[in-house]
Write a protein that binds this ligand. Structure first.
Ligand code: DX5
Ligand code: ZN
Length: 215
């Protein structure tokens, strides 16, 4: 499986999302990463259900949902989740992560367990078959522009060893061109690209995606 390049929409120009999604797809992005934030699990509030539904309706593309919301097991039906989508729910937000994963799979989508930096990988070891992979937060969730927590690279490496080869190992946070190489070498096969690379303003989207693919 080649590494998925997943632009983080919260880092795009919020006044021109239609143009941004078009430009990112034209530049070769694999899926758009949608950071949904409820102001409870994380202090920030981002990308609501209406915006997501409008994107789905207009572009009819698979989306990479990152649900940073409390009790996601009760709110999955708020979103237009369907075949081809990837949905990450945070271990820290529900007593029923495996049940949430089953609900996501019932909709035809892939279910990832998202882990905050301080959450050990061991929380998934008894339920790996309930998930299609993990989203490993390499920064504290909630904001773009934060710095990598170096110990999280080891968590990527350990996830690669623990999980079946066909699993998605998504790295999310400070995926700079330098860090992307380390994350991919450690075993990440999906990279969430935000202000540290794709939206850094240093290169256009096409050039940035090419650089990330050639790492
Ligand atoms: C943070 C989000 C990330 C973030 C990435 O909670 O999950 O997707 O937008 O942005 P950078 O690359 O700036 O860390
Ligand atoms: Zn994210």
């Amino acid at each position: 499986m080649s590494t998925l390049i997943l632009p983080s929409l919260m880092c795009a120009d919020q006044l021109h999302l239609y143009d941004e999604v078009n430009a990112l797809l034209d530049a070769g992005a694999d899926m758009i990463h949608i950071d949904v934030m409820d102001g409870e699990f994380v202090p920030n509030i981002q990308i609501g259900t209406e915006v997501v539904s409008a994107i789905k309706k207009e572009f009819d593309i698979p989306l990479d949902y990152h649900l940073m919301i409390q009790a996601p097991h009760r709110k999955l039906d708020y979103f237009p989740i369907g075949p081809g989508d990837i949905v990450s729910v945070h271990y820290e937000t529900t007593p029923h992560p495996a049940r949430a994963a089953a609900h996501i799979r019932d909709k035809g989508a892939k279910a990832l367990l998202a882990l905050n930096p301080a959450t050990p990988l061991s929380v998934i070891e008894n339920v790996t078959e309930c998930f299609d992979g993990v989203l490993i937060m390499t920064v504290n969730p909630g904001y773009s522009g934060q710095m990598l927590i170096p110990g999280c690279i080891d968590k990527i490496r350990n996830a690669k060893e623990l999980l079946p080869d066909n699993c998605i190992i998504e790295a999310d946070g400070n995926v700079s061109f330098e860090n992307a190489k380390k994350m991919a070498e450690a075993g990440a096969n999906a990279l969430v690209c935000g202000s540290s690379s794709l939206f850094s303003g240093k290169f256009d989207y096409k050039t940035s995606i090419k650089k990330l693919r050639n790492l």
